[in-house]
Design a protein around this ligand. Structure first.
Ligand code: NAP
Length: 249
């Protein structure tokens, strides 16, 4: 059996685990960082926790006799992607990145792309007061000093301090519908959306809602990722593994 490491933490990684479990001769093992207390678990074998950087992952790949790696992590999880690329190179194990495309802007969208979370916080200076902040729970510090604004902070688990003085926390996990996003934004008198260019259908509704409500969006751009072969869909990733492993003997 060829053991294929899926670096996960995304819906695509879970779908890929299911797809690979159905391939003859392939045994997927999914890896999660362990950030979320009750993660959505993929089918098959799962390991949880960091590897100890690129060096730790290099050792782990060799010890566990991994045949291939698919980096299906979130587009903003760049550290693990760089570690995976380095470890794959060091061990000569084939690697593929499964990267969902970013969201596409329409002519009636008012998107203002930001190079970082800190830049998005600074850009709020010239924008209205009521802000919907959906950038996850760990990078909120740049907003902590913004006293003129009120924030609706949505995350899956409790946000990590420091938090802005005026805020409300909403714990929720997608997918969300356009209708519920519009209702949420209206109920909180939201005037600005701050989010990351995560891409994918599960959390896109907030952008459609912002378009319908003619609201400016501060969209944090993706960090740079290593130059490894990449595909955009679970099916393409499954086909890559199938071609690599070949028909069972
Ligand atoms: P990150 O900054 O790239 O990773 C930080 C460290 O966490 C890595 O150096 C690695 O530790 C460990 N790690 C990350 N992903 C791992 C995985 N799949 N398996 C084992 N260890 C992992 O990542 P992050 O932004 O903190 O994201 C952590 C996880 O949450 C990722 O798996 C990602 O897919 C998921 N996620 C992230 C976001 C986001 O916005 N960043 C959103 C949704 C889901 P070692 O160096 O010790 O190996």
């Amino acid at each position: 059996m060829a053991r294929v490491l899926i670096l996960g933490g995304t819906a695509e990684a879970r779908a890929l685990a299911t797809a690979l479990a159905g391939l003859p001769g392939v045994r997927p093992i999914s890896s999660l960082a362990g950030r979320v207390a009750a993660p959505a678990l993929p089918v098959g074998e799962v390991r949880i926790g960091g590897f100890g950087g690129a060096a730790g992952l290099t050792r782990w790949l060799a010890t566990e006799r991994i045949a291939a790696v698919v980096d299906a992590t979130h587009p903003f999880a760049a550290t693990i992607s760089w570690s995976a690329a380095e470890a794959a190179l060091a061990t000569a194990i084939p690697i593929l990145a499964l990267r969902r495309p970013g969201w596409s802007q329409r002519p009636d969208d008012d998107w203002r792309r930001q190079p970082s979370v800190a830049a998005a916080a600074a850009a709020l200076n010239s924008l209205p007061e009521w802000v919907f902040l959906t950038i996850g729970r760990t990078e909120l510090a740049p907003f902590a000093g913004l006293d003129r604004h009120w924030f609706l902070i949505r995350s899956i688990e409790a946000p990590q301090p420091p938090l802005p003085a005026r805020h409300e926390v909403l714990l929720a996990r997608g997918p969300f519908s356009v209708r519920s996003e519009i209702e949420l934004m209206r109920a909180h008198r939201i005037e600005v959306l701050v989010t990351k260019d995560s891409g994918g259908p599960l959390t896109e509704a907030k952008l459609v809602a912002a378009r319908e409500l003619r609201m400016p969006v501060l969209l944090v751009e993706r960090p740079p990722v290593p130059d490894v072969p990449a595909v955009a869909t679970v099916e393409q990733a499954r086909d890559w593994v199938a071609a690599l492993v070949g028909p069972p003997a």
